[in-house]
Write a protein that binds this ligand. Structure first.
Ligand code: NAD
Ligand code: MG
Length: 385
């Protein structure tokens, strides 16, 4: 029986690579539903190729989609809840959540409640609502696509929780590794969008440059693997060949090593537990002989410390961190604020929003909106001075 797949965010970097894997293994997977925020033309091409039963588009793209996607073979969904509607369709077995940011939270929760397998790329969902999501997911129902977490999951197979001492979370260091704070002040959007190892969507590429991506991943790991924040150690590993290492209490270290190619974790999540012959060569021994690890510079790249503190404090802090970061990254991409203002906006927003201890989904939605508004006000003030 083929697995019936819905891809939320099918036209993005993860979405397109998910499509590549499915295209390679048509005997294993069937595309049932695809969504896009705004790239209707790409969605249309995929619709022609895969004949999904459902397509989803944001409200702003609906008119264009209605005109272009004129076949009657599928249903075109839009409106406030289209992602959640698609995530809970009875015809779907696996939901690939690959949208950007907070928008991925509700569909993830709804898909888990509806008993779907969730292949989760949208780390922001776990950052914002880790305790809610992990309490809903039964064993094997939530499979991370984020490469480090896929790698850690593989290192942890067959191991006992109490035997784990430490998870090493490697970071390539992004385009500004080794920069001083002074140098960071003047970097351009174009420079920040040039990641040395991965080709990803704009938001995560900026997060990688600030190291907020690794901060978000630290929070993601704490929730996914039930670790204390102190048990997750970020290391800079510029070659991006080791994707996670787990240290056990007998002194053993297990690592996952592969080329930096997202099709590997995507295929593993889609076919879980099966490994598919992807034709991606493993790193050579020569490549492995020159790998290196170094400590991150948390004084210059403050985002990492902000994220670690947020998960230690718990409650709504990761939600505030994420919302303000989403707003600040968008403003940086639009040329409104300098690169170094991103963590400053996040820190100031965290200081301004009062602490809430155990927010439910509705409260998180309110706090997310409040944090966005606060971050926007801080940005306007910054632009005026
Ligand atoms: P992207 O910008 O390339 O693509 C995002 C996709 O989601 C697009 O199809 C877009 O149309 C859709 N989308 C964006 N915002 C939306 C919204 N508000 N509502 C509905 N749809 C929306 O992003 P990406 O690089 O594919 O990243 C997607 C997610 O996966 C992010 O959370 C990112 O952190 C995570 N991730 C990505 C990579 C990677 O290699 N790209 C690796 C690990 C994790
Ligand atoms: Mg990652």
């Amino acid at each position: 029986m083929k697995k019936r797949v819905a891809i939320l965010g099918a036209t993005g970097s993860i979405g397109r690579q998910t499509i590549d894997v499915i295209r390679q293994f048509p005997e294993l997977f069937e595309v049932v539903a695809l969504t896009t925020n705004s790239n209707v033309e790409q969605l249309w091409k995929y619709a022609c190729e895969f004949n999904p039963r459902y397509l989803g588009v944001s409200e702003k793209a609906y008119a264009q989609a209605r005109d272009l996607l004129c076949s009657s073979d599928y249903a075109l969904l839009s409106g406030k809840d289209y992602l959640s509607t698609i995530a809970t369709l009875p015809e779907v077995d696996v939901v690939v959540v690959a949208v950007v940011g907070f928008a991925g939270l509700e569909p993830t929760i709804k898909a888990l409640k509806a008993g779907k397998i969730v292949a989760l790329a949208t780390k922001e969902a776990l950052v914002v609502a880790g305790p809610i999501i992990t309490s809903l997911a039964r064993k094997g129902q939530l499979i991370p696509i984020d490469s480090e977490h896929s790698a850690a999951m593989q290192c942890l197979v067959g191991e006992r929780q109490e035997d784990v001492s430490l998870l090493y979370l490697p970071a390539s260091g992004g385009p500004f590794r080794g920069y001083t704070y002074e140098q960071l002040k003047n970097v351009t959007v174009e420079q920040a969008l040039k990641h040395p190892k991965w080709n990803m969507g704009p938001k995560i590429t900026i997060d990688s440059a600030t190291l907020m991506n690794k901060g978000l991943e630290l929070i993601e790991a704490v929730h996914l693997f039930n670790l204390k924040p102190e048990q997750v150690k970020v290391v800079i590993h510029p070659q991006a060949l080791v994707h996670a290492m787990v240290l056990f209490k007998d002194g053993s270290l297990k690592a996952h090593i592969s080329q930096p190619d997202m099709r590997i974790p995507i295929a593993l999540a889609l076919a879980y537990h099966q490994r598919l012959p992807l034709n991606i060569p493993a790193p050579t021994l020569q490549e492995l002989s020159s790998i290196s690890f170094e400590e991150p510079d948390e004084e210059t790249f403050k985002a990492l410390r902000l994220a670690r503190n947020a998960v230690k404090e718990g409650g709504d802090r990761p939600c505030v961190l994420n919302a303000s970061n989403e707003v600040a990254v968008e403003s940086f991409l639009n040329g409104q604020i300098p690169f170094t203002a991103i963590p400053e906006i996040v820190e100031e927003t965290l200081n301004k929003i009062p602490f809430t201890a155990q927010p439910d989904l509705e409260t998180l939605q309110e706090i997310d909106a409040q944090a966005r508004q606060t971050a926007k006000q801080l940005i306007s003030k910054m632009q005026m001075t």
